[in-house]
Ligand binder design. Structure first.
Ligand SMILES: NC(=O)c1ccc[n+]([C@@H]2O[C@H](COP(=O)([O-])OP(=O)(O)OC[C@H]3O[C@@H](n4cnc5c(N)ncnc54)[C@H](OP(=O)(O)O)[C@@H]3O)[C@@H](O)[C@H]2O)c1
Length: 372
């Protein structure tokens, strides 16, 4: 099996975050959301309506065409624009006329189809699907089952994890936002891999996700009576997100990394809890893990380091763009245990997309993401 090792990624140290940048851009940007009726699209619409520099110009949906945002999302009806904007058709040429930055909240496969004509118009794209996250089209086919329809654009896409690829995102025309599980797994793991304190063959991951992670589709497995009061693993042993997780880990390690990953569906609407078990490759203690995380994320506005005493909890990140990270060293087994919590729809999708948008447009990175 072939895989591509990317050039060594820049770290956040290479370009400081621009949270309080005095010369930040303050001009408005016209934006559109394609796939605005799904869970990710709805959250994007919510965040963009309250973003001081985003001018929401168009939102698309086939099933709700002609209805206003307020008709379909009554919780947003206090925004004047929600009463004015109607869901429209997903016509790339028209949308490119209306918006400078276009968010794609579509299922994988469809997103690439829309991206091809949009890129040609000069629009900048923030794609939330898996279509541009993986560099190698063979890996994409292996995990997603179909040939990639725009392989020539894969090299152009930047992986939209701002804490890791801040500089690249700010110049990108095509940003591929990471998946929700990958965000919860990569942010705790990458600093330790960069510092070479992890035995690469030892990585085991288990995650628990709320039901919105499956999208707003009608499928028996996700009906209330099938999920409520019940917890189950799925996607074992080869969940699709392994493709991007392993590609990113391999890029950081400089060699192929393969991990074990077991996701579970839990009966909550939102949230992901991830637990990662690793064998240290050298002697470390909880203090040295703290030092590594402090160096990597000490200045990050959306990473909260909980240390070796507190535990992450989805209720503390729900509706926010934070990732909470905690760790322990197990003196009995010798393993390090890394734990994280995110909201799958916000830091795992729409909030992270807005973070990327802010970087692409030169706005302070926390704009519209409600950091007091
Ligand atoms: N849910 C999460 O936690 C999460 C996290 C990270 C990333 N993502 C990714 O984000 C994307 C959206 O996820 P989601 O959970 O919001 O999915 P979803 O709830 O199923 O929504 C999908 C959206 O795409 C539209 N759509 C579907 N097929 C289309 C087509 N052929 N042409 C045009 N529009 C189409 C749907 O609108 P109409 O049917 O009304 O047209 C709907 O607005 C997916 O790629 C998903 O993998 C999801």
């Amino acid at each position: 099996m072939s895989f591509a090792i990317r050039s060594k990624p820049n770290t956040h140290r290479a370009v400081k975050k621009n949270v309080n940048a005095p010369l930040a851009n303050r001009s408005e940007t016209k934006v559109a959301v394609i796939g605005g009726s799904g869970y990710v699209g709805e959250e994007l619409v919510r965040l963009l309506l309250q973003h001081p520099y985003a001018d929401l110009a168009a939102v698309t949906s086939r099933q709700f065409a002609g209805k206003t945002l307020a008709d379909i999302f009554p919780r947003l009806s206090h925004h004047q624009k929600a009463g004015d904007i109607r869901f429209g058709a997903s016509n790339p040429a028209q949308l490119a006329q209306m918006a400078q930055v276009i968010f794609l909240a579509l299922p994988h496969g469809f997103a690439a189809e829309f991206t091809k004509p949009l890129v040609q118009t000069g629009a900048r794209i923030v794609d939330l699907s898996a279509d541009f996250r993986i560099k190698d089209p063979k890996i994409y086919k292996e995990f997603y089952g179909n040939d990639h329809s725009a392989p020539d654009l894969l090299g152009e896409a930047v992986y939209g994890l701002p804490e890791i690829y801040r500089a690249e995102i700010s110049h990108a025309n095509l940003v591929a936002c990471p998946g929700c599980y990958p965000t919860s797994i990569l942010l705790p793991l990458l600093p330790l891999i960069r510092e070479k304190v992890v035995s690469l063959a030892s990585i085991l991951v288990t995650s628990l996700s709320g039901v919105t992670g499956a999208g707003r589709k009608v499928e028996t497995d996700y009906l209330f009576a099938e999920c409520n009061e019940s917890i189950r693993p799925y996607g074992v042993p080869k969940h699709r997100h392994l493709s991007e997780i392993e590609e990113q880990l391999s890029a950081f390690a400089g060699k192929k990394v393969t991990i074990q990953f077991t996701p579970h569906l839990v009966p909550v609407n939102r949230g992901i809890i991830t637990t990662i078990y690793v064998d240290p490759s050298k002697e470390i203690d909880a203090g040295s893990i703290a030092t590594i995380y402090q160096k990597a994320y000490g200045d990050e506005p959306f990473v909260r380091l909980l240390g070796a005493e507190r535990f992450p909890d989805t209720k503390n990140v729900s509706g926010t763009n934070f990732i909470d990270i905690a760790w322990r060293l197990d003196l009995r087994t010798g393993r390090a245990i890394l734990m994280s919590a995110i909201d799958n729809i916000v830091k795992g999708a729409s909030g992270q997309a807005i973070q990327c948008f802010n970087l692409m447009r030169g706005y302070p990175e926390t704009t519209g993401l409600q950091i007091p």
